[in-house]
Ligand binder design. Structure first.
Ligand SMILES: Cc1cc2nc3c(=O)[nH]c(=O)nc-3n(C[C@H](O)[C@H](O)[C@H](O)COP(=O)(O)OP(=O)(O)OC[C@H]3O[C@@H](n4cnc5c(N)ncnc54)[C@H](O)[C@@H]3O)c2cc1C
Length: 360
């Protein structure tokens, strides 16, 4: 089976889905391909900062997502061994310290809006396995597997929005510089107890670094920093040590933790790394988001950066411009910002402990 489209976007994460919607609105024919059947994933970038919020508002998506549920954070707190050291409140002009938006909600709205345009097609359960490359080495689409069958999609532009392990990037032969940060993260999600306020809590407990993010729909997401590569060994030891420390520091969570975390299988491991590519496109292909600049979770920049990339690309892609796109316009502006953000992440990670200092 073979399909034709103006733009083929690989990956229905926040970046790919948003770009697909914006292009569909601009009369560009788009096929959006996602390997999973369901498009929303748990334990992914869900904290929206002011910039992500502004993009969703600019495209009239924010209020629709808000109706499905989101939760503005009312404080950022620093805790050490069960004691609150510092509480930061939002700038009144902004009104929050980030907003938790379940990806299930944001992606649902973006895809529903895109589906209003007849020039938009979503293919789920479809995994891109290779690129179509002509004799002049120009990429003109993808080869994918859809329910066991091979399909091809020919396009004037292919967009790699397929995340940190991007197949499109690898098949296009584009290199990334990968950087490890000395830690990995274990995530777990528990129901929020009654009276738990919408907050981000950074905690030091007996030397362990922990973050607790209140989530919309009544949950708390917990992230434990563990030494890089240590999870296989950790798994051989009892998991109770972890949760006992957590309960000691936040007794309010006891029932919820005991009910929800019963084995190591209740944790999800994130192999923390960042990467950066010097090449974000050309020759029939463009990239956005984690595919060319994977961020660490520090500062929650990844989701917001992927959406900013999509917004930037949508401004230069029109039905008339696709074949002679000046991708550099977007690339140089976005690259400068991403380099700055990645440097901020490294600085914040290095100075994690100093954030607990109380200034009088
Ligand atoms: C555990 C965790 C927590 C995070 N927390 C935050 C946070 O709070 N705030 C924040 O801003 N960022 C956070 N991030 C980062 C954020 O999730 C990413 O930066 C963001 O999702 C990147 O968006 P994207 O659209 O580029 O790629 P992704 O969201 O990774 O989407 C890529 C999509 O491509 C699909 N795909 C991959 N390969 C193929 C293929 N071959 N064929 C078809 N489809 C394919 C994937 O299934 C996926 O749906 C977190 C990341 C993780 C892993």
């Amino acid at each position: 089976m073979s399909y034709q489209t103006d733009v083929c976007i690989v990956g229905a994460g926040p970046g790919g889905a948003l770009l697909a919607y914006l292009l569909a609105k601009q009369n560009v024919s788009v096929i959006l391909i996602e390997r999973h059947q369901k498009i929303a994933k748990a334990f992914r970038g869900e904290h929206l900062n002011e910039e992500g919020e502004a993009i969703l508002k600019k495209h009239n998506l924010f209020s629709k997502i808000e109706k499905l549920g989101m939760l503005p954070m009312e404080s950022l707190e620093y805790w050490e061994n069960g004691k609150l050291l510092k509480k930061i409140l939002p700038d009144p002009q902004v009104g929050h310290l980030g907003i938790h938006v379940p990806q299930a909600h944001s992606l649902k709205v973006i895809i529903e809006e895109a589906k209003k345009y007849p020039n938009f097609t979503l293919m789920t359960n479809t995994k891109v396995v290779d690129l179509l490359i002509n004799d002049e080495k120009r990429i003109y689409g993808v080869q994918a597997m859809c329910e066991g069958k091979e399909i091809t999609i020919e396009s004037r532009l292919t967009v790699g929005a397929d995340g940190r392990y991007s197949t499109v990037r690898q098949k296009a032969g584009i290199e990334v510089t990968k950087r490890k940060h000395g830690y990995d993260l274990l995530w777990a999600r528990i129901p929020a107890p009654d009276g738990w306020e919408p907050s981000i809590k950074m905690a030091l407990i007996d030397g362990y670094q922990l973050s607790l993010f209140t989530q919309a729909m009544g949950y708390v997401q917990i992230g434990w920093n563990i030494e890089e590569g240590s999870f296989p060994n950790l798994r051989k030891q009892p998991f109770n040590t972890f949760i006992e420390k957590l309960i000691k520091a936040f007794p309010m969570l006891e029932e919820s933790v005991n009910d929800s975390i019963q084995s190591w299988n209740d944790f999800v491991l994130l192999d923390v790394h960042s990467n950066f590519s010097e090449h974000w496109g050309g020759n029939g292909v463009a990239f956005l988001g984690d595919a060319v600049h994977t961020m660490t979770p520090t500062g929650a920049f990844g989701l917001n950066s992927a959406m900013k990339d999509a917004d930037c690309l949508a401004q230069i892609i029109t039905p008339d411009e696709i074949n002679r796109l000046d991708l550099m316009q977007c690339e140089s502006e976005r690259k400068r910002e991403i380099e700055k953000l990645q440097a901020i992440q490294i600085e914040k990670e290095k100075n994690f402990a100093t954030q607990f200092v109380i200034y009088s």
